[in-house]
Write a protein that binds this ligand. Structure first.
Ligand SMILES: NC(=O)C1=CN([C@@H]2O[C@H](COP(=O)(O)OP(=O)(O)OC[C@H]3O[C@@H](n4cnc5c(N)ncnc54)[C@H](OP(=O)(O)O)[C@@H]3O)[C@@H](O)[C@H]2O)C=CC1
Ligand SMILES: CC(=O)N[C@@H](CCC(=O)OP(=O)(O)O)C(=O)O
Length: 398
């Protein structure tokens, strides 16, 4: 797809009132959503976005997994992206609807093995594969493709650090240099011109969104950042594991990866970039008996003379123009259930009872802002579309 055939300029923050129906663009082999709709500008911030009438052809690698299927769900409301390729491993050869019956209404290609994939029919891919399998697969993809990789394989700039924390050799050093870390609100401009985006991990997304602006503004101390985080079980993927059985997870919570979780270097990389000095954190994740959702509770010491009101004001200024990051009203507690199924990050900041300290709470849906939603936000930017396209799903409640 080329976005050069401009037919108009639109506004960022558009609210699409959609009437969608599925049809098939036979010439391009795209099964797509045709959208008739009107654009209601929410903010008059013209971006002169180049809109083409043609639909970008999307491949979803690992479509039989949780993040892959979440991409498919989100693309149901995307007017410019149509899925032409879906791959699986064990489930190759099956229809997508037989693996995910809840998405039966979408007209989709069958799941095939990556070795049988024809990429001549694809403009961009979402790579939703386990880390460790991804580097060689991406290395072999045609060079013209835009790629958003949801795995951890290209998130760490320091190859040695990757090899240490992931316990395996990195197999695509050159690509690592090219990859842009796609925490959208923080690195939007670099994402715009990227060919390969490393989509952040779910915990690092929920943690960096509040901390990066506060660190950049020197409002918090860099020592003694303590992060207590909790995730729903879908964060562990769909593959069967004894530790993730209902009987192991329900009616209890437990910590895991204490001091050793793979997201530590990713969080520290982002916070160190923000402060331009090495930052270390204490990070302990927990598994919660819920299918989706993530909360990070972050304990920080404020810089001398700084108050919680200063943190609040700075977060408000940092995110007031952002569609997906929401600083709640003073005192309101972010709940994971209030962002479920949506691309929102809700956050807030509270005074600790210990003077000089603050408590920050950030919640996301691990599968949306923590994975597939942010991935779509990034690809929209890479392809020149408004970044909220297909992402205005409101949270599911209850
Ligand atoms: N779940 C989450 O909340 C988040 C996940 N991520 C990352 O996104 C990636 C995908 O995660 P998720 O969707 O949860 O994982 P799943 O285990 O649910 O899905 C993995 C997908 O990859 C396919 N697959 C597995 N092994 C191979 C292989 N060797 N070659 C080709 N395809 C393979 C599977 O196919 P099949 O099922 O047919 O065997 C499946 O489609 C991972 O790297 C994960 O760490 C990132 C942020 C959050
Ligand atoms: C509940 C659970 O198990 N969550 C996963 C994190 C999911 C994620 O973001 O994983 P990647 O960094 O591998 O992409 C974990 O802790 O490993």
């Amino acid at each position: 797809m080329s976005s050069s055939a401009a037919i108009g300029s639109i506004f960022s923050g558009c609210l699409w009132k959609e009437e969608a129906r599925v049809s098939k663009d036979r010439k391009r082999g795209v099964r797509r959503l045709c959208v008739r709709g009107s654009v209601a500008p929410l903010q008059q911030r013209s971006m002169n976005v180049q809109i083409s009438e043609s639909t970008a052809r999307i491949g979803v690698l690992g479509a039989s997994g949780y993040t892959g299927s979440e991409i498919v769900r989100l693309l149901a409301n995307h007017p410019y992206f149509g899925i032409t390729l879906m791959t699986a491993d064990r489930k190759a050869g099956q229809s997508f609807a037989s693996v995910f019956p809840h998405l039966i209404k979408q007209d989709l290609p069958d799941l095939i093995a990556i070795k049988d994939a024809d990429f001549s029919n694809v403009d961009a891919v979402f790579c939703c594969l386990p880390h460790g399998t991804t580097q060689e697969i991406i290395k072999a993809l045609p060079k013209g493709l835009k790629i958003v990789d949801l795995s951890a394989d290209f998130r760490l700039r320091n190859i040695k650090e990757y090899e240490e924390w992931y316990g395996q050799p990195h197999k695509a050093h050159e690509l690592q240099k090219e990859a842009i870390y796609g925490l959208t609100e923080i690195s939007r401009e670099e994402v715009r011109s990227a060919r390969l985006v490393a989509n952040p991990g779910c915990y690092p997304t929920s943690i960096q969104l509040p901390l990066v602006p506060l660190i950049k503004a020197n409002l918090i101390e860099l020592e003694n950042i303590i992060i207590d985080a909790k995730s729903g079980v879908s964060g562990a993927g769909r593959g069967a594991k004894e530790a993730n059985l209902f009987t192991e997870i329900s009616e209890g919570i437990h910590s895991y990866g204490i001091t050793k979780h793979r997201h530590v270097p990713e969080i520290e990389q982002g916070l160190s970039d923000a402060s331009e000095t090495k930052v270390t954190v204490s990070f302990t994740p927990h598994l919660m008996p819920m299918s989706r959702g993530m909360q990070s509770t972050i304990y920080v010491k404020m810089a001398p003379g700084v108050t919680v009101e200063d943190l609040y004001k700075h977060l408000r200024i940092s995110y007031e123009d952002e569609e997906f990051v929401v600083l709640l009203g003073k005192g309101a507690v972010p709940h994971t259930r209030n962002v479920r199924g949506s691309n929102y990050c809700f956050m807030n900041v509270f005074p600790d009872r210990i003077p000089g300290r603050a408590i920050i709470i950030s919640v996301i849906d691990n599968l949306v802002k923590g994975a597939s939603g942010q991935a779509l936000q990034n690809l929209n930017i890479m392809m020149g579309f408004p970044e909220n396209t297909g992402l205005l799903y409101q949270p599911l409640f209850p």
